[in-house]
Design a protein around this ligand. Structure first.
Ligand code: TMP
Length: 212
């Protein structure tokens, strides 16, 4: 596999979606063939799962069911989009990947899901395969949630199922991402409380250092 796999992670309202687009444009400018995608919802079936997962009552199913559905989305995403693109030599940038499941469903819910179950699901659905680089955008959840709710209020469909959980959930998952970041040097934590331009410049610098 000759492509590169870059994942972006973080809590709500970190500016991930803007930054993935800016990075994709930057790489295209360098003649890199880029596939920009996301989880959940990187495939047509994934879009249906995304609607189930991200809209409606926050308690309509529990953390275990959520983890299984996110992994179903991931399996389909890997098979139908990520692996074929990497095999063609493209660089794949994904707005969220498996670290989100560990951060949200394990740390966010205060470890109500077994970590071992999530590790097993990873092995079953993704295998012995990891992103080349994972950029974790870090922000105080009070600031991130306010940003996220403001953006969501401009959309026809409210994808606020997770946003509507209490602040403690979001603080837990932020700490979770910081814990996860210590486990491998493929992670880089970036302070997201910056202007769009400054954050993009930071990201470009680290992609240049790590992947070129
Ligand atoms: P988004 O905000 O990046 O569009 O992601 C959709 C929501 O899904 C967001 O609230 C985070 C959540 N999520 C999980 O809880 N677990 C996961 O594994 C993934 C990929 C996303």
């Amino acid at each position: 596999m000759s492509g590169r796999f870059i994942t972006f992670e973080g809590g709500e309202g970190t500016g991930k979606s803007t930054q993935v687009k800016l990075l994709a444009e930057y790489l295209k400018g360098k003649k890199v063939d880029v596939v920009l995608t996301k989880e959940p919802g990187g495939t047509p079936i994934g879009q249906e799962l995304r609607s189930m997962l991200c809209t409606g009552d926050k308690d309509k199913f529990d953390a275990v069911a959520e983890a299984l559905l996110y992994y179903a989305d991931r399996r389909i995403h890997m098979q139908q989009k990520v692996l074929p693109a990497l095999e063609k030599g493209s660089w794949v940038i994904s707005d969220r990947f498996a670290d989100s499941t560990m951060a949200y469903q394990y740390y966010g819910y205060n470890k109500r899901v077994s970590k071992q179950m999530l590790d097993e699901l990873y092995k079953m659905t993704v295998g012995d395969f990891y992103p080349d680089l994972t950029i974790i955008l870090d922000i105080d959840p009070e600031i991130g949630l306010a940003r996220s709710m403001a953006v969501n209020s401009t959309y026809a469909v409210q994808e606020t199922r997770h946003e509507s959980r209490g602040i403690e959930f979001h603080q837990n998952l932020r700490k979770g991402f910081l814990e996860i970041a210590k486990t491998s040097d493929r992670y880089v934590v970036v302070d997201a409380n910056k202007t769009i331009e400054d954050l993009h410049a930071n990201i470009v610098k680290l992609v240049e250092e790590r992947l070129f």
